[in-house]
Design a binder for this molecule. Structure first.
Ligand SMILES: *Cc1c(COP(=O)(O)O)cnc(C)c1O
Length: 390
């Protein structure tokens, strides 16, 4: 995306982070999107329809499961798992995909576009498009289409058209640029369905709104089960959508400790500096030339050099804490949860489990931890098999 003709929106700031750093023609499209989102988010019919699909299609509410065996084995705080892995398609991403597609429908869009790196957001978007009979175009770096051939096939099965992007390095960033270019050309009938709590305003706010269902449920559930709020809520952070959804209803509960876990191989919040990438300002990993730094995490969904603006603000203001877990620690947590609870977690979620295990040992049995299990690990089983064989 070209950075010429910058026009900065006044809204969508979290402290110094967020905003909208995009060319003027795209800003017009985003202004309309913001206006429609604000109109529909409180509309009783819209809310009723969203709740219908959460219940009947995604399968909410999902449980807050007490991990009793794991808790006994570790000793210390009680560990609860918020089961986003039990959603239709096996992760939290569908909450947002359904919310945004309902908005797209209200706005009269006939065509949905999205970008995807590893393919998980592409699959969630293609699923929602199949359900709502929308044309679906997924931009994906050519290199990524080759590495994730099975996810490309999944999207095609669901009726999507996957367009391999050969420009630039053929990676996620290039796919984002192509998708934004498409949006500017075709905004009259096209909706850009963004997959995480990142990007220019209003996306971070909108994605948080649709993912906040996670903490709306978990708060009610933990009060029912324990009669008190948790000591800490722990979630992995890539772009930050499952984490901001898991935190949302606790942000004003100052006694609840909010902990985001990043891969040690892509420590955006722990080591990043404020910079503008992909049209918004956040803490990000940049090289000497000011370009986003390539990262490598074993969890494809956490492999992003930036992070949502609200997390950047929660970190700088001290309201939330961000820590790292290594790929090796995540791999161990992946196996531990599988053995103790019969739950195979996504490698992304395994980073959060790894930190919960460390923290639980330091706390007492009066403490309660909620770990957001963002997804199931079936998609990662072959990769883990290969890693453990070596
Ligand atoms: C995509 C993904 C993530 C990371 O994305 P966030 O926006 O940080 O939530 C985490 N877990 C799973 C299972 C994912 O698919």
């Amino acid at each position: 995306m070209s950075m010429e003709n910058l026009s900065v929106a006044s809204k969508g700031y979290f402290g110094e982070f967020g905003g909208s750093f995009v060319p003027e023609d795209l800003q017009g499209v985003l202004n309309k999107l913001e206006q429609q989102f604000l109109k529909y988010k409180d509309d009783p019919e819209f809310i009723e329809e969203y709740n219908y699909y959460l219940r009947e299609y995604i399968g909410r509410e999902n449980p807050l499961t007490f991990a009793e065996n794991l808790t006994k084995q570790i000793g210390g705080a009680k560990i609860y798992l918020k089961r986003e892995d039990l959603n239709h398609t096996g992760a939290h991403k569908i909450n947002n995909a359904i919310g945004q597609i309902l908005l797209a429908k209200r706005m009269g869009a006939k065509r949905i576009i999205a970008e995807t790196g590893a393919g998980q957001h592409g699959v969630a978007t293609a699923t929602a498009c199949a359900m709502f009979d929308m044309e679906c175009i997924i931009y994906m770096g050519k290199l990524d289409t080759e590495r994730q051939a099975l996810n490309v096939f999944r999207m095609e099965l669901l009726g999507a058209k996957v367009i391999p992007v050969t420009k630039g390095q053929g990676r996620l960033k290039d796919a984002v640029d192509e998708a934004l270019g498409d949006l500017v050309q075709n905004y009259q009938n096209t909706f850009y369905l963004l997959g995480s709590a990142v990007g220019p305003h209003p996306y971070p706010t909108m994605v948080k709104h649709f993912q906040a269902i996670i903490s709306e449920e978990s708060k009610r559930q933990v009060l029912e089960k324990e009669g008190k709020l948790p000591t800490a809520v722990i979630a992995c952070a890539g772009g930050g959508s499952n984490a901001i959804g898991a935190f949302a209803h606790y942000i004003d509960e100052k006694n609840v400790w909010l902990i985001g876990v990043e891969p040690a191989e892509a420590p955006t919040l722990t080591e990043g500096v404020p910079a503008v990438i992909h049209g918004f300002k956040c803490l990000t990993l940049i090289d000497e030339k000011g370009e986003p730094k390539p990262t490598y995490s074993i969890a494809a969904g956490l492999d992003y050099p930036g992070v949502g603006p609200e997390h950047s603000y929660l970190k700088e203001s001290g309201r939330a804490e961000y820590v790292t877990a290594t790929g090796q620690e995540a791999l161990e947590a992946f196996q531990l949860l599988s053995k103790t609870e019969g739950i195979i977690p996504a490698l992304e979620s395994s980073h959060a489990v790894a930190h919960a295990v460390k923290l639980a040992k330091e706390l007492s049995s009066d403490d309660v931890l909620i770990v957001n299990l963002s997804g199931r690990g079936d998609k990662d089983v072959e990769q883990v098999f290969q890693m453990l064989k070596q």
